[in-house]
Write a protein that binds this ligand. Structure first.
Ligand SMILES: *[C@@H]1O[C@H](CO)[C@@H](O)[C@H](O)[C@H]1NC(C)=O
Ligand SMILES: *[C@@H]1O[C@H](CO)[C@@H](O)[C@H](O)[C@H]1NC(C)=O
Ligand SMILES: *[C@@H]1O[C@H](CO)[C@@H](O)[C@H](O)[C@H]1NC(C)=O
Ligand SMILES: *[C@@H]1O[C@H](CO)[C@@H](O)[C@H](O)[C@H]1NC(C)=O
Ligand SMILES: *[C@@H]1O[C@H](CO)[C@@H](O)[C@H](O)[C@H]1NC(C)=O
Length: 231
């Protein structure tokens, strides 16, 4: 081989190995997220099926757009932040040039199916978020801003000096409490404060506070975990 070619070969090989693990692609390949593996995209990310998946949620109410007494419904704009643990997307940042988080398309990983039980209609208030963020300790995070119309029992006799309270109950339609446990990310006082900060006043309605409680239901013949926000 010509010496020039050999030097060119060594230089480029050196470059490749030094920069190799600094790319998102190197990480994605290492985690096995690059081949649409059913284990990564569709199955709950645990090694042992008896391990429950811990899901953490935050619900911020950023505006109240309509209160309809006849229909007993309330229209709000909410931001839902959801995080969960995945046993399959952990890595050592030192192997990847210090990379400790990475955003990927959400269809590359399993995502918990959490609904708002009181919902009559839920739409994306902004463009649907297509990404999740992976953190090296195995936490996966995503968020969406929703325009939500939900059922709420109200009595407006004392309008405009009444205080109404509405529940937003977060629950998986199918996963039992042996599979999914839903907990709040932040405490109620923090959420009340952040919601009030983000609140775009709509004149008639003011946000008083947000309380958080836990619940369990038995609809499938098995216990299901609930997280209830009382607004
Ligand atoms: C799965 O988890 C259960 C409960 O923690 C444990 O008893 C069992 O040994 C585990 N199985 C394996 C193969 O790790
Ligand atoms: C690149 O990542 C692999 C794991 O996929 C690791 O074994 C290797 O040590 C890393 N290389 C560097 C230079 O950090
Ligand atoms: C990543 O590491 C940097 C430096 O240690 C730290 O400041 C940052 O908070 C970390 N980010 C995440 C998402 O863990
Ligand atoms: C809202 O949730 C709280 C806490 O679980 C419960 O006590 C209350 O009855 C619920 N309200 C309605 C209208 O369902
Ligand atoms: C939230 O809890 C506080 C203190 O326990 C209570 O005073 C308030 O009425 C509750 N708010 C709602 C909306 O349930």
């Amino acid at each position: 081989m010509d010496l020039r070619w050999l030097m060119f070969y060594l230089a480029s090989a050196g470059c490749v190995s030094a920069a190799e693990n600094c790319s998102y692609k190197a990480l994605i390949e290492h985690l096995g997220l690059d081949n649409s593996d059913v284990q990564m995209t569709s199955l709950r990310p645990v090694h042992n099926w008896t391990t429950p998946t811990f899901v953490f949620m935050n619900l911020l109410v950023t505006s109240i757009t309509e209160v309809d007494e006849k229909a007993q419904s309330i229209s709000t704009q909410i931001t839902v932040i959801i995080g969960w643990f995945s046993e399959f997307t952990k890595w050592n940042p030192e192997d990847f040039c210090g990379m400790n988080f990475s955003s990927i398309k959400k269809d590359m990983v399993w995502i918990p199916d959490i609904n708002i039980i009181e919902s009559i209609k839920t739409e994306f208030a902004t463009i649907e978020n297509q990404h999740v963020q992976l953190r090296n300790e195995g936490i996966v995070l995503t968020s969406n801003t929703l325009a939500l119309t939900s059922a709420c029992k109200m009595d407006l006799h004392q309008f405009p000096f009444d205080v109404q309270s509405c529940n937003f109950t977060l629950q998986s339609p199918i996963h039992t409490s042996k599979e999914l446990l839903i907990n709040p990310f932040s405490d109620a006082s923090f959420l009340t404060l952040s919601s009030k900060k983000a609140f775009q006043t709509q004149g008639e309605w003011e946000l008083v506070n947000i309380n958080i409680s836990k619940g369990q239901v038995n609809t499938l013949g098995q216990e299901q975990d609930q997280l209830i926000y009382t607004v």
